[in-house]
Design a protein around this ligand. Structure first.
Ligand SMILES: [Fe+2]
Ligand SMILES: [Fe+2]
Length: 323
């Protein structure tokens, strides 16, 4: 039977639309330079436009052009924000598909390593059970905020970046990096629930976060266990996690900075086995990207260019119709 499924082989029904992962990788590599950010992201304009066609993100593209991702990722989610409603749905949808991929990741870890200790397999099976429940929870929360499954494209870059065929790297990437990111986002959603008085959101996400802490802990424990007699392999696992974390920092959107769209859940992560030193390192990683000012200035330029392009096309179409 086949092992190590490729991300493009993940099974989805016809409601789902797949997104190109290159954009997410590019976001992680952006420099703190307005012109370069504009240049790199404008290059994705036509691909982004095609991907959002027919999805709930199309109005966002119409309004902001290829910069809409910058706006949704780099501003903290606040109830009084103009596009708060769509952004909330976008975030819930992103978490929902992330949970599906977490289920697939944990299921793979159980299947891919037949020689791993029985306790490891039990932990991964327990995680599958939890993730299946999270998929259901977030499907309901998505509906709770007025969204539907498949309304936005799905990026599989979480699965793509975090899966390795070495079990030590796998748990470093999936359990410590991906599940750690889940802790940051979920802590932020609990705060959102408190801020907006949404008790359903606050309580549901609080339950899910409690599970995620145990998944990060599985990662913290098993990285140590798999590498206990091999310092070189431990170093490689740490490096793999750092690299994955860098990709998940979205150009500084997730960091310890005060202007971060997704703050690092410091205390939760400490509970789950992250050391103070690792957290400091994670925070520095996220701070390497462009500042929020750079991102917002780049977004402003891109929105302006998008509107000019649209106006020009409309003028040309009108002139053509008049002939
Ligand atoms: Fe989960
Ligand atoms: Fe999880």
């Amino acid at each position: 039977m086949k092992r190590f499924i490729e991300p493009n082989e993940l099974a989805r029904d016809s409601r789902f639309i797949r997104q190109d992962n290159n954009q997410a990788t590019t976001l992680a590599l952006l420099p703190d330079d307005v012109d370069k950010v504009v240049e790199m992201l404008e290059a994705f304009g036509p691909t982004i436009e095609q991907q959002v066609k027919g999805t709930a993100a199309e109005p966002l593209f119409d309004a902001y052009g290829p910069a809409f991702g910058l706006i949704t990722l780099n501003q903290p989610l606040r109830p009084d924000d103009d596009a708060a409603d769509t952004r909330l749905k976008l975030r819930m949808h992103g978490i929902f598909v992330g949970e599906i991929q977490a289920l697939e990741g944990a299921g793979r870890s159980l299947w891919d390593f037949p020689d791993a200790p029985w306790e490891f397999k039990m932990n991964m099976a327990r995680q599958c059970w939890d993730e299946a429940r999270h998929v259901q929870t977030y499907e309901k929360l998505l509906e709770h905020v007025g969204g539907t499954v498949g309304m936005f494209p799905e990026s599989t870059f979480l699965f793509d970046c975090a899966c390795s065929d070495d079990p030590a790297m796998r748990v470093a990437g999936v359990n410590r990096s991906l599940e750690g990111l889940a802790c940051d986002v979920f802590r932020d959603m609990i705060k959102w629930g408190e801020k907006t008085g949404d008790e359903v959101m606050r309580q549901a996400v609080d339950y899910v976060l409690a599970d995620e802490l145990t998944h990060v802990r599985f990662g913290s424990d098993w990285v140590k266990e798999f590498t206990k007699d091999d310092p070189e392999r431990y170093k490689k696992a740490q490096e793999f996690r750092r690299q994955t974390d860098k990709q998940f920092s979205f150009g500084g959107a997730r960091s310890a900075r005060e202007d971060a769209a997704i703050p690092i859940a410091w205390e939760d992560r400490k509970d789950a086995g992250f050391t103070e030193e690792e957290l400091q390192d994670l925070s520095d990683l996220g701070s390497e990207g462009p500042s929020r000012e750079t991102m917002m200035e780049a977004a402003r330029i891109m929105v302006e260019r998008h509107r000019e392009r649209r106006a020009k096309a409309a003028k040309e179409a009108a002139a053509g119709a008049g002939k």
